[in-house]
Design a protein around this ligand. Structure first.
Ligand code: GNR
Ligand code: NI
Length: 180
């Protein structure tokens, strides 16, 4: 297994639309293993392949583990599609591994249904609510080149991007795992 470098906003590569996976083979499983390791290492609850500069429709998530890394329940979503969005909206203070130290309220449907393939390429459908619903919508956005700041006002988004540019220049968050 290997840890992968995470792209940071406003890297243009975060805006690419990811391609559908044609076949869930060993190479795709290796990508998922590496993404999961990278996600646990950075204490993220989700990671989209786009964030590690792999432009395929692959997402890993785990909303179960605690601060000691106990109770891990990894979830894998290949070619995830949100087939239904609930009418009710929910506001959640979101964060993103590609926008370190930035947190802001994002409004999204409180519930959704997601269709995807699992680690073995088997199709499944999952009804999501709470953090799971928020997180899967955040991850599918990444696959479509969208970051959570794109859901905020232009003023807020510009403020965030300016702040990240300055951090990049000062190499404030420069760690091995981040690609800046
Ligand atoms: O670790 C993460 N936490 C989080 C919190 C609220 C809403 C979404 C997320 S996803 C984020 C990891 C990440 O950047 N995934 O793309
Ligand atoms: Ni993110």
């Amino acid at each position: 297994m290997a840890t992968l470098k995470i792209l940071m906003a406003a890297d243009e590569r975060l805006k690419k639309v990811a391609q559908k996976v044609e076949k869930v083979d060993l190479s795709v499983q290796k990508i998922m293993d590496d993404m999961l390791e990278t996600m646990y290492k950075t204490n993220g609850i989700g990671l989209a392949a786009t964030q590690v500069n792999i432009h395929q429709r692959i997402v890993v998530m785990d909303i179960s583990f605690d601060e000691n890394g106990n109770g891990k329940k990894p979830m894998y979503f290949i070619n995830p599609e949100i087939t239904k969005r609930g009418k009710e909206l929910n506001v959640y203070q979101e964060g993103c591994l590609s926008l370190p130290n930035i947190f802001d309220d994002v409004e999204r449907p409180a519930t959704c249904t997601v269709k995807a393939l699992d680690y073995n390429g088997k199709a499944f459908t999952l009804e999501c609510d709470g953090l799971l619903a928020t997180c899967i919508q955040h991850e599918v956005d990444h696959l479509d080149g969208i970051i959570f700041a794109d859901h905020l006002s232009r003023l807020k988004r510009n403020r965030i991007l300016t702040k990240l540019q300055k951090c990049k220049k000062r190499k404030e968050y420069s760690q091995e795992i981040f690609n800046y």
